[in-house]
Design a binder for this molecule. Structure first.
Ligand code: ADP
Length: 268
């Protein structure tokens, strides 16, 4: 074996080169497999609402539905399925933007009490409908540096899930506390916990995957796209944070997020 510059290669050098090439090929194959699975999933997810809209619209156009009540219920289905399509397209675009690193954070100090006050106000109507109590316990005067819009997206997703997957009369809580890490840097640990249906142990490692749902029918009926937690994980990682989940089936789930108190400047 000779190198491009004509110098013969040492045997171990060429082995290392081949090993590196093999690893590269394996990684490219893995990414390609992930990409084609994602495309297959996306087309499957999009086809379902499109087919429903087409089917019900055709029935109405065919003139076979004469009573107004049935016609209205068909129109409602068309409307709901169209809304689902909208959410799906929005989430798919968002995810692909984040994954191709086309998202830049616009960080500023975020006052946590004000942040959660407005967040709970936004979501309280949904909780009230299910008689779910909603609370946030955050230390006074705690600020975190982050992109407020993205932080809203993270917590709205987690809180909507917590409400969605909790029975009537349950409770959903957010807590936050400071943590001094062994390396001397400070972070804030948030917990979003609910008294809901919980997640089976075998599903826990997969719930941050795109389109992974424990119960497909349930997720669909509550309007889920199966992309929320994937988006959350990416946004947390963009903030140089981490997220994990603990859950007991039938008792509830807790999502634990650790975000650095300050975002360090990226080296140019
Ligand atoms: P979806 O749109 O289906 O809610 P997500 O990505 O947000 O998609 O969540 C993925 C899956 O994780 C959900 O379908 C559900 O099975 C499970 N899940 C998420 N949050 C909770 C929760 N708080 N309690 C129970 N299950 C949850």
């Amino acid at each position: 074996i000779v190198r491009l510059d004509g110098v013969p290669m040492q045997q171990d050098e060429s082995y290392r080169g081949m090993l590196f090439l093999l690893q590269e090929v394996t990684e490219i194959r893995r990414l390609e497999k992930m990409r084609s699975e994602f495309v297959a999933n996306v087309s499957h997810e999009l086809k379902t609402p499109v087919a429903a809209v087409k089917g019900f619209a055709e029935t109405l156009l065919g003139g076979g539905v004469t009573d107004e009540k049935t016609a209205r219920s068909f129109l409602q289905i068309i409307y709901d399925e169209n809304e689902r399509l909208n959410r799906l397209i929005g989430d798919i675009l968002e995810l692909s933007k984040i994954e191709s690193k086309r998202v830049a954070l616009e960080c500023s100090p975020v006052h946590l009490i004000e942040f959660f006050d407005s967040m709970l106000e936004t979501i309280s109507k949904v909780a009230e409908k299910k008689n779910i109590s909603l609370s946030a316990t955050v230390p006074a005067e705690l600020f975190i540096e982050g992109d407020e819009d993205k932080l809203r997206q993270i917590f709205l997703n987690l809180l909507s899930n917590a409400i969605n997957y909790t029975h009537e009369g349950g409770s959903v809580k957010v807590t936050a506390h400071n943590r001094l890490k062994p390396d001397g840097s400070e972070s804030v640990v948030f917990t979003v916990s609910d008294t809901g249906m919980g997640i089976p142990r075998k599903d826990l490692p997969r719930i941050f995957e795109r389109f992974y749902r424990v119960d497909k029918a349930r997720s669909r009926s509550s309007g889920g796209t199966g992309l929320g937690l994937s988006i959350v994980k990416h946004l947390v990682e963009l903030h140089r944070g981490s997220i994990s989940v603990e859950s007991d089936l039938g008792i509830g789930s807790s999502f634990i997020l650790e975000l650095p108190l300050l975002q360090e400047e990226e080296e140019s």
